[in-house]
Design a protein around this ligand. Structure first.
Ligand code: NAD
Length: 358
């Protein structure tokens, strides 16, 4: 049965890294006889330039009908001063909303060959393998009322942190299900000593945990979690948290690996899943063929695991990335830790050759 994957390369290095991903998807499709059809569309600044809109309705429709979406990155200085409706990031927000992507998974793995690359001591990051499960469509970023108004002659900015039980329930179940396939530990992160939304969060997580007797559940305040991620990151298996806490903690966790160019993500909901590297469009290095494509290739592995139902393809890609790193290859962002520095396209080719040899 054929599968459809929509590619949204976007802007800057997004275009370069998605090109490498296409090579891998095409090879895996042939190797496992999966008949994967890919089609590319414009999103972000590229779409603004061509159509004066961050993403067209037809592109959203194509994504909704696909089995998976792979996004590079959107944004760049060219569009930084655009009004809010004409900003490249609007494409991302619209995709998250229209595809109902409430579940953002960010695996953080410190590869043995790269533990010296972390800003923390190697013995602190040794063996780190954690998964941040971040709620993506609720909380402070979406709650109403929101905005800047004038009160008594001065401007006041308001954001609202709001969560309903059903929103908390579905992300909690997603985290517990993910933990069942891992080391079966969930750390639920909140600020229940102060925030009402966190008190409801904790109460709901405790109730849902009754359905998962095999999971070892702990609760941690967000400020303590920020500290523990630096003090002893290998204590974590699955970190379950709301939107803004997850945004901040996952970037902190990302730095344990030494480069943002290594981190994949998956955003899941009821329908099509979307996969993307954690990094942005990196305008400072765009067009030079030096960006690290590994975060995008690891995102392709997640796509095979969660949307294309092919665990073998996912683990093949992950094993190839590990083998290439162990053999001493890396890109310029990790050059201090490489015996040989590869360009973007050379790294894509190296992963492909390693896959073919496996
Ligand atoms: P960035 O992630 O693009 O870059 C931060 C730094 O990391 C830069 O020095 C860059 O060169 C480096 N870097 C990032 N990815 C790399 C890779 N794969 N290989 C090697 N080096 C890499 O973040 P930024 O500079 O804050 O943002 C640039 C643009 O990207 C902005 O317009 C921002 O809005 C956008 N952005 C988009 C997304 C997304 O599309 N999901 C996410 C974050 C930022």
């Amino acid at each position: 049965m054929s599968k459809k994957v929509v590619l949204l390369p976007g802007d800057g290095i997004g275009v370069e890294v998605v090109k490498e991903a296409e090579k891998i998807i095409s090879y895996i499709s042939k190797r496992y006889d999966l008949d994967i059809q890919t089609e590319s569309h414009l999103a972000g600044g590229a779409s603004l330039d061509a159509h004066d809109i961050p993403i067209k309705d037809e592109v959203i429709a194509a994504c909704m009908q696909a089995d998976a979406v792979l996004l590079g990155a959107v944004g760049g200085p060219k569009w930084d001063n655009n009004p809010s409706e004409k900003r490249p990031e609007k494409a991302l927000l619209r995709l998250r909303k229209d595809l109902g992507l409430y579940n953002n998974l960010r695996p953080v793995t410190v590869f043995p060959s790269l533990k010296d690359a972390s800003p923390l001591r190697p013995e602190v990051v040794d063996g780190v393998n954690l998964l941040v499960v971040r709620e993506l469509t609720g909380g402070l970023y979406f709650g109403q009322p929101k905005g800047i108004t004038e009160v008594d002659g001065e401007e006041v900015g308001v954001d609202t942190m709001r969560y309903s039980v059903s929103e908390i329930e579905r992300i909690t179940r997603a985290a517990f299900e993910a933990a069942l396939c891992r080391r079966k530990k969930v750390t639920s992160v909140d600020k229940a000593n102060i925030l009402a939304s966190s008190q409801l969060w904790r109460k709901t997580v405790i109730r849902i945990a009754e359905d998962y007797p095999d999971i070892d559940l702990e609760h941690m305040l967000v400020d303590n979690c920020a500290m523990q991620l630096i003090r002893n990151p290998s204590q974590f298996d699955v970190i379950l948290t709301e939107n803004m806490f997850g945004d901040i903690l996952s970037d902190e966790a990302a730095m344990l690996t030494g480069s943002i160019g290594m981190l994949p993500s998956a955003s899941l909901g009821e329908g099509t899943g979307m996969y993307e590297p954690v990094h942005g469009s990196a305008p400072d290095i765009a067009g030079q063929n030096i960006a690290n494509p590994l975060a995008t290739l690891a995102s392709v592995a997640l796509m095979f695991r969660y949307s294309l139902d092919h665990e073998k393809a996912a683990s093949d890609i992950e094993a190839s990335i590990n083998n290439v790193l162990n053999a001493g290859f890396n890109c310029k962002d990790m050059s201090r830790h490489a015996r040989e520095v590869l360009s973007t396209s050379q790294m894509g080719d190296k992963i492909l050759a390693t896959l073919k040899d496996a």
